[in-house]
Design a protein around this ligand. Structure first.
Ligand code: HEM
Length: 366
């Protein structure tokens, strides 16, 4: 095996054709950086898809073999560690000033990162709702891709997604049923106590004037109505049908339980999974924001070569094209540890690992 051949460097390093140099013209100096940066992104996108596919395949198993859960988390954590590199690559590209870019920008029309097949596949694999995407002058996101790429993307819309397999896995977790212990009735009671106490604090706060007090009480009612959706499945399903929730009701409750009792040993790994998904979503938002900033400084308020409004479209996409917002919203429903329902001993022992030896049983594992 020879290093150069193993890495296919003839193909990789021979794939930077500067459009500005065609016809024997003097090349625009910064075009090489522009091409290499995009290629580096696409290589990392390939790696991200590789990790995503593996994570989806394993988490999609029913049941997921216990030893494989750690692997799923590691696939996702690897993506999370790639994401800052992507943001940093935009900083490198920002050394190309707007004037430098104008030396070759017109050569690119109508090509655009908007046509990045791999980026769109990542979005679809994550579980971005095709119906919730921003439309460009009424057109679908596939409309600017080649017929072959558009067909691949449309097919990917009905393939398993990370959100979908997460939803199914959460719905199957044993963390919702505890024999005779009705966790959700206990939790609801604890929430009601908290809501009453917080409402009382606003009502009796001497430093608030009546206008501000009423504003705070109104805002508070919105929060307590949000809590109510947790206990009303039909209301939850309505929100889900409207695209305001993505996880099913039972899955969201399972995720909430995992995040509330994440100190219990059996929940350590599930909690790491949820955290990795939040990090992943945040990482793509950071990518989108960094890209939008770069676009603003590079082309100002001009429209993109792909025909969108440019940075304004990209900022809107950063806000809208998120997948795991439900997991971010879990924090709405957190109670301080001291107010959480105490799990009965038999439930806690089901969730325990024992690393220390027990007096009579000798060393215990698992
Ligand atoms: C000076 C550098 C860049 C400029 C001016 C720029 C400009 C734009 C613009 C204006 C759009 C919106 C679509 C359009 O109207 O064309 C876009 C989309 C996109 N660009 Fe860039 N871009 C740059 C660098 C990059 C790089 C390095 C990547 C890495 C692959 C990239 C990936 C994308 C992706 C994935 C989209 C689609 C985003 C979405 O629809 O949410 N861009 N770009």
């Amino acid at each position: 095996m020879y290093y150069w051949d193993y890495l296919g460097l003839d193909e990789v390093l021979g794939s930077q054709q500067l459009a500005s140099a065609s016809g024997g013209r003097r090349p625009a100096h910064d075009e090489l950086l522009f091409i290499i940066t995009h290629q580096a992104f696409e290589l990392w996108f390939k790696q991200i898809l590789w990790e995503l596919d593996a994570a989806i395949e394993t988490l999609g198993l029913d049941p997921v073999p216990e030893p494989s859960m750690g692997q799923v988390v590691r696939h996702l954590e690897r993506i999370v560690s790639i994401q800052p590199l992507l943001v940093q690559q935009f900083q490198v590209l920002a050394t190309m000033t707007p004037l430098d870019f104008l030396d070759f920008r017109d050569e690119l029309i109508p090509a655009s990162g908007f046509q990045s097949l791999q980026f769109r596949l990542i979005e679809n694999r994550l579980g971005l709702d095709p119906g919730g995407r921003l439309k460009i002058k009424g057109a679908r996101y596939t409309s600017r891709l080649s017929a072959e790429h558009a067909a691949r993307l449309e097919a990917s819309e009905s393939e398993p997604t990370l959100l979908g397999v997460l939803d199914a896995w959460l719905a199957r977790t044993p963390f919702l049923r505890f024999g005779s212990f009705d966790f959700w009735a206990e939790y609801r009671r604890a929430v009601e106590v908290m809501i009453e106490r917080d409402r009382g604090l606003i009502a009796s706060n001497p430093s608030l004037d009546e206008v501000v007090r009423q504003q705070q009480l109104d805002a508070f009612e919105v929060t307590s109505a949000t809590f109510a959706t947790l206990f009303e499945r039909e209301r939850w399903d309505e929100l889900r049908a409207a695209g305001k929730r993505r996880l099913s009701h039972g899955s969201f409750l399972a995720a909430l339980l995992i995040s509330l009792y994440r100190d219990e040993p059996a929940l350590h790994l599930p909690f790491r999974l949820l955290t990795a998904l939040i990090d992943l979503d945040e990482g793509f938002t950071a990518f989108r924001n960094a890209h939008a900033q770069l676009v603003h400084r590079s082309i100002g308020g001009r429209i993109g070569t792909g025909g969108t409004s440019g940075h304004e479209y990209l900022e809107a996409a950063a806000r809208k094209h998120r997948v795991f917002t439900d997991l971010f919203d879990l924090a709405t429903y957190h109670l301080p540890r001291r107010e959480l329902p105490v799990l009965p001993p038999q439930v806690r022992s089901q969730m325990a690992f024992r690393y220390q030896s027990e007096p009579d049983a000798g060393p215990a594992v698992g």
